[in-house]
Design a binder for this molecule. Structure first.
Ligand code: NAP
Length: 474
C-alpha cells in the first residue's frame, strides 16, 4: 500500500462529538499541507455544534454565529459528519480501531457537579445543566418540567452558566420571543410567576466567576433589576488587598459594576435578582418538595496556594425558595472502553494524548482528547481552539513516529457498511443543512432566529420528507 497520508492512503481520524473542540481539531487536521487526512465526525444527536446549540443561551445569538466557521470546516471534501450515531452503542472503540488511525474524543462535560448537601434531590432542586439543555431544545431534556409557579428561586454558583439561567428566568416573554429558545420553554416561561431570584456565591464579589459583560447584562433587562445590598459589596481585608494589587482587572471591574448596582435605587421592576455573597447552601429544606434553602455565612482565608477560599462561620439563615438550580460546574461522563478520571470528570491525558491512568499512566495508542473532557469544564468557546491544536500536534507527532493505530479496513465504505448492517440511520451534514433550513424558515415566519426541532424522530422525519437533491443539478 502507498505511504500513509497520501491521496490513495489517507490518514483517517474519527472525532467523537461535534461541538467546538471537535470542529477545531478537524480544522487543524484538514489544514495539514503534507498529509492527506480524512476526518469523520460522529455525534449521537442528528445535529452538530454541541454546546453552541445546546448550551449557549438563546439570548446570545451573536455567539452562535461561530457555527458559520464550523460549516466552512464541514465543507472540506475530506470531512464527513455521521450524526445520530452513538459511540459506545452504535459504534464501539474496537470498531473504530478497524477503520481509523486515530480517534479524538470531544464529548464535553455532559452532566453536573453536585453540592453534596441534604435535600439536594428533593423535587424543585435541579442541576442548571438540565434547565439549560431544556430551554435549548436538547431532545434528551425536552420532557423535563420546572415548577415556574414558584415566586422565589435560588441559583447556586456565580459562573456564567448561573448568569445565563438567571437571565432566562428574569426576561420577559417579549424578550425571549426574539431568541431561538425552545417553543415549549417559551410557553412555560410565559406563565412563570418567578419574582425573586437569589444568586448565591460561596465567595465574595471579588472572586465571582462571572465575567464583566455577563454581570452588566443582568442590569440591562426589560423588567428585572439587580439588588445588591450595600453590605454585600463591602470587601473583607483580604479581597481588598487582592483588588488593590491590580492583578485581576476583570475582578476589579466586577466589583465596580456590583458597587454601582448597590448604589441604585429600586426601579420598581417586576423581577428582582438579589445577590448573596459569602454563603453556602448547607441543606435544602422541604417535605414533599423544596421549600427553603438553609445557608451558612462564609469567611475567606488564604489557602496554601495563595488563593482565597471560603470557610463556614457559625451564622446560618433560611431563605424561603421553591426552586433551586445548582450551577456549580459541569462534569464529564465516562465513555465505554476509554479511561476516565472520575474525580475531575476527564479522560486522563498528557497534552491530549490519552493515558491509561491519571497518575503515571501509559499512552493509549491511537486515542486523543480535546475540550472539556480533556481539561475540565472551563473557558469560553475560543479557548477550545488552542486546546484542540495542542492535541492535534501531539497526534501528528505520533503519526510521524508511526505510533498510531493500524486499521484493517481504513475506508468510509467499510464504516458505512457496518452502520447500515447495524441498522443505524446516520445523518449527514447535508441532512443537517436541510434541518437547519427548515428551522430558520419556521423561525422567520414567527420573527424569530429559528424554531428548533426538539425531538429526534421529528428531525429524522423532516430529513426523510425533504426533496432529494437532483443529481443532474437541474
Ligand atoms: P464556573 O465558571 O466554573 O463557575 C462555577 C461556580 O460554581 C463558581 O461560582 C464556583 O465558585 C461555584 N461553585 C463550585 N462549587 C461550589 C460549591 N460546592 N458550592 C457553591 N458554589 C460552588 O462554571 P460554569 O458557570 O458552569 O461555566 C463553565 C465555563 O463556561 C466557564 O468557563 C464559563 O465562563 C463558560 N461560559 C461562558 C459563557 C459566556 O461566555 N457567556 C456562558 C456560559 C458559560 P468558586 O469560584 O468559589 O469555585
Amino acid at each position: 500500500m502507498s505511504q500513509l497520508g497520501t491521496a490513495s492512503n489517507p490518514f483517517r481520524v474519527a472525532i467523537i462529538g461535534a461541538g467546538p473542540s471537535g470542529f477545531y481539531a478537524a480544522d487543524h487536521l484538514l489544514k495539514q499541507k503534507d498529509l492527506v487526512v480524512e476526518v469523520d465526525m460522529y455525534d449521537r444527536l442528528p445535529t452538530p455544534y454541541g454546546l453552541v446549540r445546546g448550551g449557549v443561551a438563546p439570548d446570545h445569538q451573536k455567539i452562535k454565529s461561530v457555527t458559520k466557521a464550523y460549516d466552512r470546516i464541514a465543507a472540506h471534501p475530506n470531512f464527513r459528519f455521521y450524526g445520530h450515531v452513538e459511540f459506545g452503542k452504535d459504534l464501539m472503540r474496537d470498531d473504530l480501531a478497524r477503520f481509523y488511525h486515530a480517534i479524538i474524543y470531544a464529548t464535553g462535560a455532559q452532566t453536573d457537579r453536585r453540592m453534596g448537601i441534604p435535600g439536594e434531590d428533593l423535587p424543585g432542586s435541579h442541576p442548571a445543566t438540565e434547565f439549560v439543555a431544556w430551554y435549548n431544545a436538547h431532545p434528551d431534556y425536552r420532557e423535563l418540567t420546572f415548577d415556574l409557579s414558584q415566586e422565589a428561586v435560588a441559583v447556586v454558583g456565580m459562573g456564567n452558566v448561573a448568569m445565563d439561567v438567571i437571565r432566562i428566568l428574569a426576561r420577559t416573554p417579549e424578550e425571549l420571543e426574539k431568541t431561538d429558545i425552545a417553543d415549549y420553554a417559551l410557553e412555560a416561561l410565559r406563565h412563570s410567576r418567578v419574582k425573586r431570584i437569589y444568586m448565591l456565591g460561596r465567595r465574595g464579589p471579588a472572586q465571582a466567576a462571572f465575567t464583566n459583560p455577563e454581570i452588566k447584562e443582568l442590569g440591562e433587562m426589560q423588567d428585572a433589576e439587580v439588588i445588591v445590598p450595600p453590605d454585600e459589596v463591602r470587601l473583607d481585608p483580604l479581597s481588598e488587598e487582592f483588588i488593590r494589587s491590580g492583578e485581576d482587572r476583570s475582578a476589579e471591574k466586577n466589583v465596580q459594576i456590583l458597587t454601582q448596582y448597590s448604589l441604585q435605587a429600586s426601579q420598581g421592576k417586576s423581577r428582582q435578582i438579589i445577590t448573596r455573597f459569602l454563603v453556602s447552601p448547607v441543606e435544602l429544606i422541604g417535605t414533599e418538595r423544596v421549600e427553603a434553602v438553609k445557608i451558612v455565612k462564609n469567611e475567606l482565608y488564604r489557602a496554601e496556594d495563595g488563593s482565597l477560599r471560603p470557610r463556614p462561620t457559625d451564622q446560618y439563615e433560611v431563605i424561603p425558595v421553591g426552586l433551586v438550580f445548582r450551577s456549580v460546574g459541569y462534569h464529564g461522563v465516562p465513555l465505554p472502553g476509554v479511561p476516565f478520571y472520575e474525580k475531575w470528570g476527564v479522560i486522563p491525558n498528557d497534552q491530549g494524548r490519552v493515558l491509561t491512568d491519571a497518575k503515571n499512566g501509559q499512552q493509549v495508542t491511537g486515542d486523543y482528547v480535546v475540550g472539556w473532557i480533556k481539561r475540565g469544564p472551563s473557558g469560553i468557546i475560543g479557548t477550545n481552539k488552542p486546546d484542540s491544536v495542542e492535541t492535534v500536534e501531539r497526534l501528528l507527532e505520533d503519526q510521524r513516529a508511526g505510533n498510531v493505530l493500524n486499521p484493517d479496513t481504513p475506508s468510509r465504505e467499510a464504516v458505512e457498511n457496518l452502520l447500515k448492517e447495524r441498522g443505524v440511520a446516520f445523518v449527514t451534514y447535508d441532512d443537517w443543512q436541510v434541518l437547519d433550513e427548515i428551522e430558520t424558515r419556521r423561525g422567520a415566519e414567527l420573527g424569530r432566529p429559528r424554531l428548533k426541532f426538539s425531538r429526534v424522530e421529528d428531525m429524522l422525519e423532516a430529513i426523510h420528507e425533504a426533496p432529494q437533491p437532483d443529481p443532474a443539478g437541474d
